[in-house]
Design a binder for this molecule. Structure first.
Ligand SMILES: *[C@@H]1O[C@H](CO)[C@@H](O)[C@H](O)[C@H]1NC(C)=O
Ligand SMILES: *[C@@H]1O[C@H](CO)[C@@H](O)[C@H](O)[C@H]1NC(C)=O
Ligand SMILES: *[C@@H]1O[C@H](CO)[C@@H](O)[C@H](O)[C@H]1NC(C)=O
Ligand SMILES: *[C@@H]1O[C@H](CO)[C@@H](O)[C@H](O)[C@H]1NC(C)=O
Ligand SMILES: *[C@@H]1O[C@H](CO)[C@@H](O)[C@H](O)[C@H]1NC(C)=O
Length: 336
């Protein structure tokens, strides 16, 4: 055998002995961080597919996605749900050692507790942060406002307390905030009227928010807003506007008090719920022109006058109008 063929035989033999290593797309630093993350959570059975001798970019690694579009094969998305942790753990800071992460989805894991780790500010490519249905507590941290790439923050249904950080409005790419189902107190900051024009979705329901809805929120063009089940007072008419593209407004179960007769309605409205407040005045005639309106409830307020006849308004049952001061006409009894 020539020297060359000996070298080839040796190379071929080496390749066939280590197929997993030679074919592996996973970046070794990402794999190391993922295995550390698994260990930091007490090696839960739900992550048993994460093994040191297999490729983390292989779909058998549950919840892990690598960037195949750009062929960098860096771990860029982590979808972790129902982790079934054997005992309580904080969110491991090892997660911040996945520098190419674009999406972090960590939900429905009651044994996750402690605070949101400050190390996540090191995820400088993160667009989507979903940490929901855990026992995470403490304040919504100020450092979230340093995460300039963020498009969506969803921290709903945790055990967060304290007040809403005003500085979040400086995030240049933010499109949606969801902090519903926590124990957040205090007012909605005035600064929330100065979110960028990309901002379209605000969900703050099921908290303990107080005070008035800031007048600055008139500057937002929200597709979706849910402030229900809080203790907000005063005027909410700033959220309405005929020049906006609002599809859903939910203000149910607050202490809001304003003249509904004066609000201007987005023609795109599909869902409007203002039940259980102190809203007064008449129902705006423009409601009959809303083609897409399919959910509607104004019950338990102080509204008065005849229910406008037409559009979809008579399709909603009497319970959508009940318990007001003096609303009348179909589907309620006639006004005479
Ligand atoms: C959750 O973990 C326990 C042990 O800690 C195990 O017995 C159980 O099968 C696991 N459940 C799931 C759905 O993985
Ligand atoms: C971010 O990463 C750097 C370098 O790895 C580290 O020194 C720093 O402590 C990290 N920041 C946080 C808040 O963890
Ligand atoms: C939420 O946090 C409070 C204290 O901050 C604690 O007493 C309570 O048990 C927590 N609830 C859950 C579901 O973790
Ligand atoms: C709201 O956004 C829509 C769609 O992006 C746009 O057509 C509309 O002009 C905006 N309205 C205002 C008041 O900014
Ligand atoms: C409207 O809200 C009231 C009060 O919460 C409720 O009893 C009723 O069932 C609701 N009706 C509809 C159609 O949602």
């Amino acid at each position: 055998m020539s020297r060359l063929s000996i070298i080839i035989v040796v190379i071929v033999a080496a390749l066939s002995l280590t197929p997993a290593l030679s074919d592996e797309l996973c970046n070794p630093r990402d794999k190391k961080a993922l295995l550390q993350f698994k260990k930091d959570l007490g090696n839960p059975t739900t992550l048993s597919s994460w093994l040191p001798n297999t490729d983390c970019c292989n779909p058998e690694w549950d919840g892990v996605l690598c960037d195949t579009d750009n062929k960098t094969y860096r771990v860029n998305q982590l979808y972790l749900t129902n982790l079934n942790l054997s005992k309580p753990y904080p969110i491991p800071s090892s997660v911040s050692r996945l520098p190419y992460l674009n999406l972090l989805y960590l939900t429905t894991t009651p044994n996750l507790l402690g605070q949101i780790p400050s190390s996540i500010v090191n995820l400088t490519k993160l667009h989507y942060l979903y940490i929901t249905r855990t026992s995470l507590s403490g304040q919504i941290p100020q450092f979230l406002s340093h995460m300039k790439t963020i498009v969506t923050f969803d921290l709903s249904y945790n055990n967060l307390s304290g007040t809403l950080p005003p500085s979040l409005s400086s995030l240049p790419n933010l499109q949606g905030l969801a902090f519903d189902g926590n124990r957040i107190t205090g007012p909605i900051p005035d600064s929330y009227g100065s979110f960028s024009h990309k901002f379209t979705s605000l969900t703050l329901s099921r908290n303990r928010l107080t005070g008035e809805i800031p007048a600055t929120l008139a500057d937002l063009n929200l597709t979706f807003v849910d402030l229900s089940l809080n203790k907000l007072e005063g005027d909410a008419s700033v959220l309405f506007g005929s020049d906006k593209n609002t599809q859903e407004i939910n203000l149910a179960k607050n202490l809001l008090e304003f003249d509904f007769g004066n609000v201007k309605l987005s023609k795109d409205l599909e869902s409007l719920d203002i039940r259980n407040n102190r809203v007064y005045g008449t129902l705006p005639k423009g409601l009959t022109a809303l083609k897409y309106l399919s959910r509607f409830n104004v019950s338990y307020n102080n509204l008065c006058g005849e229910i406008p006849q037409g559009g979809n308004l008579q399709r909603f049952g009497a319970s959508s109008y009940a318990h007001n001061k003096c609303l009348c006409g179909s589907p309620l009894p006639s006004c005479t």
